[in-house]
Each structure stands twice: as structure tokens, then as C-alpha cells.
Design a protein around this ligand. Structure first.
Ligand code: GDP
Length: 472
């Protein structure tokens, strides 16, 4: 295709690739960088129209530091099932009714904002769990500033707890631990802290860097203390935004409501969203007709880190889609239509993820410094051995990271993490679930299955040395 577009023989393109140290076949997909390099050799310049249309529109001009004002942190609660995520979110929703703001939070709009006694605010994403968190990331939206990892003190650190920790860490999001159910007989917060220590996660009382708070989500014990620690963590991030410009942000959820039409909850990241704005979200657009907050009250505008439900879109965008404010209906419609057309033509995913075959080539071009791997296996011992050996494959040029390792079959959440962190998945004596396999195909995630540790290590080493023959 590239050869056709440039009107040169395909063999010339292949020869040029070879000169660049890339051994490609005639029907191999080239990535953006390679295409640019090759086209350059033939005196062509590549313009990526599709990527441009699909990506968030860069309306972002550099903000003057003086225009930036502090904004509330956006927080996600994660943890093992039944450890208390919902109870914690419910308690905060019910108890932290803002002084002076009438009415409790009655609506589930996907996120809510609370004001603490000292006037500080926090925005909570109301869909708990690392799956939702990582699904958003896989769609290119990282909106969480701080993660609360909740662990029941009458239980142990469970596989999903580990997963949640790894997902937060892979995203580079700071963690505050909430050790829950301390009211229960037999609960031991100390035991949990010890288990964390064994995972190299030292809490502050033990001389480490992680803040943790013993709580009872059900009885509302120590919740304020927990939120103080979240705010402390957020302060270190020095979160700021310019409220004085057209809004940009992310779709949290959306649906079709009988009578009201399409309803979407968006989280403003920067700028201020106003009634009447021409909004473009994913492949839909419209005028913002009305806005509601989590208390069901009509509002006129929403600033940074404020979640708001809007009416007026002509369809339901997906969670994780970015939104922008456009100058004219015509412009919004034009981009929305182009996006829709592209999605029809090539499926939703425009982003290509790394495969083992590609690694050598990408290293040769010099644009690949980190190889992220997720290791799943049947027993702990072999997973540790495999993960250790892989990390040791790191060279000066390329750092190998094991971003998640765990016992059990390869799950959908592993695929999402791989998509969000551009990782490959290595399965040792385990296979993906059917759902995971389907998702992996859709997201184009490379899954490698092995039954001999030695084979796994050799293949990855070969790939890094560019010696793996590409699949044709
Ligand atoms: P999730 O699956 O993580 O969202 O967990 P839930 O919030 O649904 O809680 C699971 C169960 O644990 C429910 O029956 C809660 O009532 C109970 N639970 C949650 N927090 C506490 C707590 O602090 N103390 C006690 N005793 N039970 C709790």
C-alpha cells in the first residue's frame, strides 16, 4: 500500500527497509515511525489523517502558570471483591453531605464530588474496581490521581488485591491503603501490614512510604482520617488546572434515557463547561442543553475535576472518550462523522500494541526502551522464577518490566492492563479464558504460551536481539 501510494515498486520499499535494518515481508504492517522513515527515503512526507481525527483534539495551548489554580484530586477505590469498596463509596456519599449545599447525593451519575469539613474537595469515581480503571486507561483516558486500595482485615491480601496494586502501579498512580472491617472479631490490621511488607510495600508506621488507615467502612469509623491522607497524597502531586478556557475532559458513562434523550456524565479536566457549549465527545456532538450535578440539581457551569451529567448529545459516547468544545456545529459534525466513518472502516482500535515479533525491529529503529510483560502461571514458584529471569534480560538499551504477575488463567483484566500499558502477556502452563482470548484479538494483544521456562526466556531474549523471524 505504501509503495502504491508513492508509486514505486514494493521491492524498493522492502529494500529500503532492509537498509534501515528492518527485515519485512510484502504484506507486513509498518508502524508510523517506520512509514515516516521509509517515505522520507523516497522524498515523501507522511500525514496520518486517521490518527489525527481519532485522537483527542489538541486545543490545549500552553497554560500560563499564573492561570493555573488548584483542583480537587480524582480518586478511584479498588480492591478484592467483598473487601468493602461499595460500602466505602456509599458511606462517603451519604455522610459527607456538603454543609450549605442542600440535599444528599441521590443520583448515581458515575462520579461525585464531596467537600470535607476544612473546605477541601475530592472527586470520587463511582465505579469501583481496577477493571473499570484499566478499561479507561486502555481507551487512553487516565483520570485517576490517587487510588485507595481497600483490604479487609479479617481476610488476607487476595489475588485481586495484588492485581489492583499492580494496575495502580502500572499507571503510576499513588496508592493509599484502607484497611477495612477493623470492627470485626478476628480482624488484624497488623497482619495485613505485614503481608504488605512481604510484598515490599512498607506502610508509614513501618518506616515505608505508603500511607495506610485502619477503617470500618460499614460503621463509618476513621473515614475522615482516610480522606485526609488521600488529600495529603494529592498535595504532593500539586494538581492544578486552568479553569478559564473552553472545557476538555472525559466521558465517564452515558446512556439513552426515555424522555430526556442521550445522557452522558463527563468529568471536566480543564476549562469550564457551560450551558450552550457545542460539545464533541467521541463520534457524537450537540449543544449542552442542561447540566445536572450528583445531587440532581441543575447547574450552569462545571470547572476542573467536577463531574456533571449533560443533556444534548446526539448519541451515547463510550466511557473513556475525550470531549472537546468546538467553535461551530459544522466543525463538530464534520469531525464526529469522520470518526464514525473510521470506526466503521477499521474497528475501534486505531492503536497498535507491541508484539514479540516486532520488538527487535522497534529496538533497531531506536524508539523502544521499555518492554512491559505480564506473567501468568500455574504456580507461584515458576512465576517468580520466570519474572526474575525476564527482568534480568534487561540491557542498556531496553528495560524489561514485569508489570503484573499472578497465579491463574489469563483474564480480561490482564488483557486490559496489557492494552493500557502496551505489554505482552506470557502464560506459563496456563491459557487465556475464552472472553480474554476474544478481547485480546480485538485489542491486538500478543499472548505467548509456554510450558518450559527455558523456552519462554530464550524466545524473549531472541526477540530483543531481533532474531525472531517475523510471522508472515
Ligand atoms: P465490595 O465487593 O468490595 O464492593 O464490598 P462491599 O462494600 O459490598 O462489602 C462486602 C460486605 O462486607 C458487605 O456485606 C458489607 O456490609 C461488609 N462490610 C463492608 N465494610 C465493612 C466493615 O467495615 N465492617 C464489617 N463488619 N463489614 C463490612
Amino acid at each position: 500500500e505504501l509503495a502504491n501510494m508513492m508509486d514505486v515498486p514494493a521491492t524498493d520499499v522492502i529494500a529500503t527497509c532492509m537498509n534501515l535494518g528492518l527485515f519485512v515481508s510484502i504484506n507486513q504492517r509498518l508502524d508510523a515511525e517506520t512509514m515516516s522513515l521509509v517515505a522520507d527515503e523516497f522524498n515523501y512526507k507522511v500525514e496520518f489523517v486517521s490518527a489525527e481525527v481519532l485522537d483527542a483534539i489538541e486545543t490545549e495551548e500552553e497554560d500560563d502558570p499564573e492561570e493555573l489554580t488548584p483542583r480537587p484530586p480524582i480518586v478511584t477505590v479498588m480492591g478484592h471483591v467483598d473487601h468493602g469498596k461499595t460500602s466505602l463509596l456509599d458511606h462517603i456519599r451519604k455522610e459527607n453531605v456538603i454543609a450549605g449545599e442542600a440535599g444528599g447525593i441521590t443520583q448515581h451519575i458515575g462520579a461525585y464530588n464531596v467537600k470535607l469539613d476544612d473546605g477541601k474537595r475530592i472527586t470520587f469515581l463511582d465505579t469501583p474496581g481496577h477493571e473499570a480503571f484499566t478499561a479507561m486507561r486502555a481507551r487512553g483516558a487516565q483520570i485517576t490521581d490517587v487510588a485507595i486500595i481497600i483490604i479487609a482485615a479479617d481476610d488476607n491480601i487476595m489475588p485481586q488485591t495484588k492485581e489492583a496494586i499492580n494496575h495502580a502501579q502500572a499507571a503510576g498512580v499513588p496508592i493509599v491503603f484502607a484497611i477495612n472491617k477493623i470492627d470485626k472479631p478476628g480482624a488484624s490490621a497488623e497482619k495485613i501490614k505485614e503481608e504488605l511488607a512481604q510484598m515490599n510495600l512498607l506502610v508509614e508506621e513501618w518506616g515505608g512510604k505508603y500511607q495506610s488507615q485502619d477503617i470500618s467502612a460499614k460503621n463509618g469509623v476513621n473515614i475522615e482520617e482516610l480522606l485526609e491522607k488521600v488529600l495529603l497524597e494529592a498535595e504532593l502531586l500539586d494538581l492544578k488546572a486552568n479553569a478559564d478556557k473552553k472545557a476538555t475532559g472525559t466521558v465517564i458513562e452515558s446512556s439513552l434515557d426515555r424522555g430526556r434523550g442521550y445522557v452522558a456524565t463527563v468529568l471536566v479536566e480543564a476549562g469550564t463547561l457551560k450551558i450552550g457549549d457545542i460539545i464533541l465527545a467521541g463520534s457524537y456532538y450537540g449543544h449542552v442543553k442542561a447540566m445536572y450535578n450528583e445531587r440532581g440539581a441543575r447547574i450552569e457551569e462545571a470547572g476542573p475535576a467536577v463531574p456533571v451529567q449533560i443533556l444534548g448529545l446526539n448519541g451515547a459516547p463510550q466511557a473513556g472518550d475525550k470531549f472537546n468544545i468546538m467553535e461551530s456545529d459544522a466543525e463538530a459534525k464534520d469531525i464526529a462523522n469522520k470518526r464514525e466513518q473510521l470506526q466503521r472502516e477499521q474497528g475501534l482500535r486505531a492503536q497498535k500494541h507491541i508484539t514479540l515479533d516486532e520488538i527487535g525491529r522497534r529496538i533497531a529503529i531506536g524508539n523502544f526502551q521499555e518492554l512491559n510483560i505480564i506473567v501468568k502461571g500455574d504456580v507461584d514458584g515458576s512465576i517468580e522464577a520466570l519474572a526474575d529471569s525476564m527482568i534480568k534480560l534487561s540491557t542498556e538499551e531496553i528495560q524489561v518490566n514485569v508489570i503484573h504477575k499472578g497465579v491463574g488463567q489469563i483474564s480480561e483484566s490482564d488483557i486490559l492492563l496489557a492494552a493500557a500499558s502496551n505489554a505482552i502477556i506470557v502464560g506459563f502452563q496456563v491459557r487465556p479464558s475464552i472472553a480474554a482470548r476474544k478481547l485480546a484479538e480485538k485489542e491486538e494483544i500478543d499472548i505467548r504460551l509456554y510450558s518450559v521456562i527455558y523456552d519462554a526466556i530464550n524466545e524473549i531474549r531472541d526477540a530483543m536481539e531481533g532474531m525472531l523471524s517475523p510471522d508472515i
